[in-house]
Ligand binder design. Structure first.
Ligand code: PMP
Length: 283
């Protein structure tokens, strides 16, 4: 396995970072998870834009141009013979001292790992997920903004732990006002009376690239798509409920807090959008 480290491909065994890297010491850095479908990097521009935006917010200078990053990603995918897989692109603040000051870190560190992907088991796509509302709220917008895909995922991790403790597959997180934000690593959608509803980004979610794509695909199918603040009530009485994300793609939710959604199986619009997403990704 070859890993991209800073400015070149190295063997996995040589892909080591310093214990003084602030990515490790403080979770100081940004990342992207990107799919490769049929040897093509999926929605590369959108992922790079999000990475650069995240870096700008945390005042991190990515030590490469867009074109150099694209080339590094291509080289890593090719060197590992990935046809259908997953890329983890990480930019850490780099090596500093034990203090917080990020400006003492001379150069950000770029890591690219291209590998196979571990998806949810097929059975869960057919049966749908069971989720729970968790008490951990999504980051307040005046803390680290939820749109920043930073290396510090502890808030979402706490949510994930709550859901696992409850015996559920996933966590639904709310914001400081009680509106639905997102799942621990996926965006939330519901369907009610033929309308597809999705919480606005300002409710505290990452601007998911799968979310954007699914909204576009739904519109193409002449389904009305409405961005609107949602409450727990809206989720409980939804006709359909699904999550979207790079890893999960589109996956149905059939139970939340012991309330069964629809007839307890992923609904027709969920299945249609999953199929359209698959076709688009492989086209
Ligand atoms: N929300 C969070 C917190 C995420 O980490 C992710 C990515 N796994 C998503 C939503 C979905 O975003 P995308 O569709 O770009 O993968």
């Amino acid at each position: 396995m070859k890993i991209w480290l800073d400015d070149k491909l190295v063997d996995k065994e040589q892909a080591n970072v310093s214990v003084f890297d602030h990515g490790l010491l403080y979770g100081d850095g940004v990342f992207e998870g990107i799919r490769v479908y049929s040897s093509k990097i999926f929605e590369l521009e959108a992922h790079l834009k999000r990475l650069w935006d995240s870096a700008k917010v945390i005042r991190l200078v990515i030590p490469m141009t867009y074109e150099q990053m694209k080339d590094a990603l291509d080289q890593t995918v090719q060197a590992n013979h990935i046809v259908n897989g997953y890329i983890r692109l990480v930019v850490t603040r780099g090596i500093g001292d034990l203090g917080l000051n990020p400006f003492l870190c001379k150069q950000a560190c770029v890591i690219i790992i291209a590998a196979q992907i571990q998806l949810y088991p097929q059975e869960l796509y057919e049966k749908g997920l069971k989720v729970v509302s968790v008490s951990t709220i999504r980051n307040h917008p005046m803390a680290i903004p939820p749109q920043v895909k930073s290396l510090n995922y502890l808030n979402n991790l706490l949510a994930k732990i709550e859901s696992l403790d409850a015996g559920a597959d996933e966590a639904i997180m709310y914001n400081h006002e009680g509106f639905v934000a997102e799942a621990s690593g996926d965006n939330v959608f519901i369907v009610k009376n033929g309308v597809v509803y999705v919480p606005p980004i300002q409710a505290g979610s990452l601007e998911g690239i799968t979310r954007q794509m699914v909204m576009r695909l739904a519109a193409k199918e002449n389904l009305p798509v409405v961005e609107k603040n949602l409450t727990r009530f809206d989720l409980y009485v939804a006709d359909e409920f699904f999550l979207t994300g790079t890893g999960a793609e589109v996956i149905g939710v059939v139970e939340i807090d012991k309330r069964i959604i629809g007839d307890g199986k992923p609904g027709p619009i969920t299945k249609l959008l999953r199929k359209k997403f698959f076709e688009y990704a492989h086209s």
